[in-house]
Design a protein. Sequence first.
Length: 380
Amino acid sequence: MISLMMFLVFASLTVNIAVGCYFFALAKSQIESRVFSLWAASCFTYSLGMAFNVTGLLSDIASLFYFVASFLLLDGFLLLNDSAIAARLKVMSRYALGVGTVAIVLAILFSRHHQAVASFAISIMFLLSSVSFSVQQGQTLHAVRRFFKALLMVHAIVMVCQSGLLAFGERVVIESTLHEITGVGIAAHIALCIITSVVLPFIVVLQQKEKWQNLANYDGLTGLYGRRAFIRQALEQLAQRDESPCTLMVIDVDHFKTINDKYGHPTGDRVLKVIANELRNEVEDTHIVGRLGGEEFAILVSNVSKLQTFKLADVLRRKVEALEIAADNEIITVTISIGMTFSSNVEETWHTLFNRADTELYNAKARGRNQISPRLQVVA
């Protein structure tokens, strides 16, 4: 049994050093360097604790190194997640680090159950790590995150069980059984370390891919579809429809240059974001909303009658007109002009639709702005 235990200890030490070097190399490649640096530090810190344990040199503080290693692992996970949950977990992790460190140090000084205390503290870190893997967009990433979240939760449960048995087990089980339980804990850590070395880089690569896709598809300021993505979505919609009607609205913010010149570009950006939110909130998910560039937006409305489309356009116009945006102790009011074109022709192309809508937008501005063109009497 002792020889098996020594094998597991040395295997764990070897695997952690190897994985730490691997993560360090990935950090040098500039791919999420902070994340991989933290994970490399986690592996090396754990290995240092193992070295203290094996050599008998300062073996009592080895558990403190294991605890710090689990914190570094969690810190790397939190860098991958930019959600509100991650921000709260970051605060909780700092608090847990402080409390756990004090508890382990006190246990080392005044109790013989410091390993049990450390195991429980480590289980908290693994529990927080599991929670940090809140599912984000992307079906592949969704599946991978769920798998790793479950793996971390299992490891947290193993550490809780190990903590309880180290604290109270010697009263109810024999020493050889405790060695077996410790061996299970080490084997579980080896498995986690190996799986981590495979899964974590995969998660990082997928997140990088999703990040670049979002940059390509969505406007960074407003969160709406960017010009290329909007046109691509519009072309797909036009290709799928039969004889059902569609309407393209091209929307321009009136006198936007004056707002930028008077209040500055940050205020202009805020105006665009507020208007984008109004458009997003008022338009159904079945329609497509995008920012074509500058102060110009577009909406493709499908399977809606002309009258209902005019009503929607007028609602958007009035909603924006009613906005009050604070800037430099002043209240800014803005208006929009909307040009629309209608089509039930399946052979209609994006360019013909856009050119007609753009001409109507010019007409709306020529009539004094804060207008919809072509005109239609809209019942309020």
